[in-house]
Ligand binder design. Structure first.
Ligand SMILES: [Fe+2]
Length: 474
């Protein structure tokens, strides 16, 4: 498709002449007899350029130039003048015309004009493409850079968060703060000094010595010090307060060869803030947990005290269970759970009336049904305490039987929680070997025989073997 040229003149002779010349040069031509008609044609573009007369009815050439430029500033306009008038030419150029042509029109003249326009156009196009590409590249580079920075920052902050969240105790947290700080900052020395609140001094835990704490630090501000030595040993100390619940808990002491800067300081501050949150939680949790355990232990003691015949039962069951835990090489976490569950296994008996719990003689079936509620009652006592979720289920099932005939759920085999099966053995052994008002306790040997006989029925066979061979019978 040849480039289209729009020719606007009220003189049909001029329109024809220019059209023919233009077509000779390989362009196609469209013509309009005045500005208004030309405006109507513009939408059928794109046009390579516009030739326009100035003096025309309906809409003058100058007005047309303005209209065209308002629509497409890059469309070249050549003014046709019947006679060379500098004034008109200057006006037209002011409005945005790029050149002018006057009679007599010659092919060569038009060709030169069109070639000039073509060159300018390709120059403009190339320029735009180049600057567009350049701009785009810069934009992409910049974005990628920003993303990488952001990503690095996110990953690094994410690592900090993950690290902090996975920690349990305060000591772990302090060593994590030091490790993460070292990872964040290259070639620096990082130390943490807890604050002794009594005298407001920092404690050097490696030597036990106390160091003075800057007033600014005690007020919760970062302290920056420049230690001038000889030119090689100049160092910058940046001391961050670790604040917990608004109080200074300690100081993170960073020694570096250059100033940390906002970015690194910001990351360390983030690390310390997250650590502080975590420490607040740990402290709260540890406090609550200890509180809760001591309350429950008091309940267990009250229970033992209620029934003199079973006094110390919980303690003995706990001791036997822990011996099983050691023989089975349970993890520290499992041992902790086992310890708590064994100590509290009969806690539900607090809900059994004295006349049944303390009845000296044989229980009726109805009375025994009431006793059988104690595992569920115990589990219900612990249920509202989220950290006791595992213990709750272990306690609920400590009277299940391996063959499925136990209570309260009638669970069978491995469906019974593992630690419950351990407690069942310890509990039964202690019950068999303890004296009751109505009977004397069995000998250890007889009790072990009974356990052997009930392997696979009441007891987990493999656990029973461990109990017989490594715990009570050893
Ligand atoms: Fe029990």
């Amino acid at each position: 498709m040849p480039d289209k040229v729009l020719i606007v003149d009220d003189d049909p002779g001029i329109r024809t002449t220019i059209s023919e010349l233009i077509q000779e040069l390989g362009y196609s031509a469209e013509t309009a007899s005045d500005g208004l008609a030309a405006v109507g044609l513009l939408d059928s573009g794109p046009f390579f350029c516009v030739f326009t007369d100035i003096m025309m009815p309906n809409m003058s050439g100058l007005e047309l130039i303005q209209r065209i430029k308002a629509q497409d500033v890059s469309l070249p306009i050549i003014v046709i003048t019947g006679y060379a008038s500098l004034e008109i030419a200057v006006d037209a150029m002011k409005f945005g015309a790029s050149d002018f042509i006057s009679k007599p029109f010659k092919v060569k003249q038009i060709e030169l004009l069109l070639n000039k326009i073509k060159r300018e156009k390709s120059l403009i196009e190339e320029n735009r493409r180049f600057s567009d590409t350049l701009h785009l590249h810069r934009l992409i580079d910049n974005l990628v850079g920003q993303l990488e920075d952001k990503n690095e920052e996110i990953i690094s902050l994410q690592e900090i968060s993950d690290r902090i969240i996975s920690l349990k105790g305060i000591r772990d947290l302090v060593s994590a703060i030091i490790d993460v700080s070292k990872q964040l900052l290259d070639e620096v020395e990082v130390r943490f000094f807890p604050l002794n609140r009594k005298d407001n001094k920092l404690v050097d835990t490696s030597s036990g010595k106390e160091l003075p704490a800057e007033e600014e630090l005690l007020q919760g501000n970062i302290v920056r010090k420049h230690n001038a030595g000889d030119c090689l040993s100049d160092s910058i100390e940046t001391i961050f307060p670790l604040m917990i619940e608004g109080q200074v808990f300690g100081a993170l002491h960073i020694t570096s060869s250059s100033v940390l800067g906002d970015d690194k300081e910001g990351k360390i501050q983030y690390l310390l803030n997250r650590s502080a949150e975590r420490m607040e939680n740990v402290a709260l949790y540890e406090g609550l947990y200890e509180n809760m355990l001591s309350t429950l232990n008091s309940m267990a003691k009250i229970l033992d005290a209620r029934d003199p015949h079973t006094s110390q039962h919980s303690t003995r069951v706990t001791t036997l269970s822990m011996a099983m835990g050691a023989a089975l090489e349970l993890s520290e976490e499992e041992k902790e759970t086992l310890y708590i569950a064994a100590s509290l296994h009969d806690i539900g008996k607090v809900g059994i009336p004295d006349n049944i719990l303390l009845k000296p003689g044989k229980l009726t079936n109805e009375e025994f049904d009431v006793i059988k509620r104690h595992p569920d009652i115990g589990a219900d006592i612990l249920k509202p305490l989220p950290p006791m979720a595992k213990e709750t289920e272990i306690i609920r099932h400590h009277h299940e039987r391996y063959d499925g005939y136990g209570y309260p759920a009638g669970l069978k085999g491995n469906d019974i929680p593992y630690l419950s099966r351990i407690i069942t053995l310890a509990d039964s052994f202690d019950a068999m070997t303890s004296d009751r008002p109505y009977r004397k306790g069995m000998s250890i040997q007889d009790a072990l025989e009974e356990i052997k006989r009930c392997k696979g029925k009441q007891f987990d066979p493999s656990l029973a073997d461990t109990f017989i061979n490594k715990v009570a019978g050893a």
